[in-house]
Design a protein around this ligand. Structure first.
Ligand SMILES: Cc1ncc(COP(=O)(O)O)c(C=O)c1O
Length: 375
């Protein structure tokens, strides 16, 4: 093992810096030119971001072009681009346009659904740990949060979720896949749950990582919104489309429910963002590329976990959750010193680390550093 390995040493060693961009060896020539999002050399001052479940390849270059072009019209108000995007998503999802609302990321709708559930008081029931936006919003608006610990295998404990629901429950939240634990809920189990409990409370299914899932036991619940006013499904362009700071997301729900949700949002997405999304959502090739690369990186991480005998959860998203056998903050700090950012510590698992996938070659580098520091 090289002593004092630096990120630059490694990248120079692999020829990545000289090429000015970092892509896997087995990407075809066509895909390299299409998908080299940044074209910038990686340096130690430019850390590998394995912390926020972002898409390391960035925005689809074709979408980027459209976004930049659209800024020429950004001095004008635009009230129609959202409808164009909704029409495309409606066709893709097989849902009618009046059941879809677009917004500035799904975060906007997590806050809105939290508010809608919170204003009536009562309980919002959610697995623990999970993504916190809706819970914070519901609490801010007056709800009581009921946290249901995940099962021993770290999957969402559906039996315990059932038991936690009372006549005070106004809202039930699932992130599917979950975050920070990248588990999924089996599609039949979730659908049955939704049909049964939507009679009692609003069910919010957050499908932020939907596009990454390759497991036949998984399905979107978007179809359920057609006939059910108490089910909301959320999607985002922040992950697979790399729009984290462009801000486009969707709520799928019955028109009456959408009307209520729209009272709690300000409508802050923009014409350039929407134009970019129109381009990106229609380019299946780029999305496949990102997902393929994600699974390449996941396999690199699994190999390390197996070698180091680190327990981990099988990932259905662009991040892993693994037991480092030591305090997560200690691991995080050491990796940060080597130019690698990983996720924060999540209660109640102080030794578990969430690592977002980077490009495979960056992930290889991370593995080298990790092994040097911790094995
Ligand atoms: C489960 C989940 N939902 C929603 C979001 C936020 O997405 P957006 O950028 O669309 O607000 C995230 C971001 O990490 C997430 O993990």
């Amino acid at each position: 093992m090289t002593k004092n390995l630096t990120r630059r040493d490694w990248l120079v060693g692999t020829g990545a810096v000289t090429s000015g961009l970092v892509l896997g060896n087995n990407v075809s020539a066509q895909s390299i030119s299409d998908f080299s999002a940044f074209g910038e050399a990686v340096t130690p001052e430019n850390p590998i971001r394995m912390t926020n479940n972002e898409n390391p390849y960035g925005i689809n270059p074709k979408a980027m072009k459209v976004i930049i072009e659209a800024y020429k019209r950004a001095h004008t108000y635009n009230f129609t681009t959202g409808r164009q995007l909704i029409k495309i998503i409606a066709e893709m999802e097989g849902i009618s346009e009046d059941h879809i609302a677009v917004g500035a990321g799904s975060g906007e709708y997590l806050v809105a659904t939290g508010a809608l559930c919170g204003i009536t008081g009562g309980d919002i029931v959610a697995p623990h740990p999970t993504f916190g936006s809706i819970l914070r919003s519901a609490r801010n608006f007056g709800a009581n949060v009921i946290s249901v610990p995940v099962a021993e295998d770290m999957s969402i404990d559906m039996e315990a979720m059932r038991k936690a629901i009372t006549n005070k429950t106004t809202c039930i939240y699932f992130s599917n896949p979950n975050n920070p634990i990248p588990s999924i809920i089996e599609k039949n189990v979730l659908e049955e749950f939704c049909l049964e409990f939507s009679k009692k409370a609003m069910i919010v299914i957050d499908e932020a990582y939907y596009e990454y899932v390759r497991d036949d036991n998984y399905s979107t619940m978007a179809h359920l919104v057609k006939n059910n006013k108490n089910i909301v499904v959320l999607r985002t362009a922040s992950k697979i489309h790399a729009f984290a700071n462009v801000r486009v997301g969707f709520a799928f729900a019955h028109p009456d429910t959408l009307k209520k949700l729209l009272m709690f949002r300000s409508g802050t997405t923009t014409h350039p963002s929407l134009m970019g999304a129109i381009e990106s959502y229609q380019d299946a090739g780029y999305q496949k590329f990102v997902v393929d690369k994600n699974y390449e990186s996941l396999n690199i991480l699994y190999k390390m976990f197996d070698e180091l005998k680190m327990p981990y959860v099988n990932a259905h998203a662009n991040f892993v959750y693994a037991n480092a056998g030591r305090d997560a903050n200690e691991v995080r700090a050491k990796l940060r010193n080597s130019g690698i950012l990983i996720g924060r510590k999540y209660d109640p698992f102080p030794n578990w680390i969430r690592i977002s996938t980077a490009k495979p070659e960056e992930t290889e580098y991370m593995v080298k550093v990790y092994k040097k520091e911790f094995s």
